[in-house]
Design a protein around this ligand. Structure first.
Ligand code: ATP
Ligand code: MG
Length: 197
């Protein structure tokens, strides 16, 4: 392609992008769902936590399925004054093997999440690994969706976890499905600090 043709093509692309940017003129609290089997769901959510803190805004993080407490995100973000960090599950299912206890724990956890979803001072709420509780039927999904819908208009919510239910995808403004192409763990590499935990 000649330089002129390339320049013309770029100018056309820029016009399309500029028009799309001009059209997107609304502000609202968005619901994001990060799902799929690939690595990068929770770490993406924590990237948005860091961005939000950069603007001096407050964040609530609810971790619903947590088997370890020594992760880098909790060590760093959990100590930030503008972060309310709540670990609400302790393993679930394969650790506890006690469905009744898991349900009670999930429901107590949801009460904490409800507090976040009613608190307009929180610019961002992360509901990490929530999809599992919906899929196992530990929470009343209709209740969860109603609470998310009723949140303050400018509050952003990020939900992570594999196999997000269709009703949640329907409710979301932004959905990313992360594909598992390869993971070092399957080649025998244990979880690495800063990368996996
Ligand atoms: P991350 O927290 O690294 O963004 P994630 O939230 O997408 O990962 P989870 O299913 O919550 O994924 O699993 C968290 C842990 O499991 C991390 O240590 C991650 O590296 C690892 N992991 C995630 N996906 C895979 C996979 N497809 N195969 C093996 N290990 C994985
Ligand atoms: Mg995760």
């Amino acid at each position: 392609m000649s330089d002129t043709a390339h320049q013309q093509q770029m100018a056309r692309k820029k016009a399309v992008v500029d028009a799309a940017i001009a059209r997107a003129d609304q502000d609202k609290g968005v619901l994001l769902v990060l799902t799929g089997n690939g690595k990068g769901k929770s770490s993406s959510a924590f990237g948005m936590v860091a961005r939000t803190l950069g603007y001096g805004k407050k964040v609530g993080v609810a971790q619903f399925l947590k088997s370890r407490r020594d992760t880098g995100e909790e060590l760093f973000l959990g100590n930030q004054p503008d972060v309310d960090w709540q670990v609400l599950g302790d393993g679930f299912t394969w650790d506890t093997q006690n469905r009744e206890a898991d349900i009670a724990s999930a429901q107590r956890g949801w009460q904490v999440a409800q507090g976040f979803l009613r608190d307009a001072s929180l610019h961002l709420v992360v509901l990490d690994e929530l999809t599992y509780l919906l899929n196992y039927g530990y929470l009343d999904a209709a209740r969860v969706y109603a609470d998310i819908k009723a949140r303050p208009a400018m509050q952003h919510v990020v939900i992570t976890g594999r196999a997000a239910p269709q009703a949640l995808l329907d409710l979301a403004d932004t959905v990313s499905e992360i594909q598992d192409v390869k993971h070092a763990f399957r080649a025998g590499v244990r979880a690495q600090a800063g990368i996996d935990l």
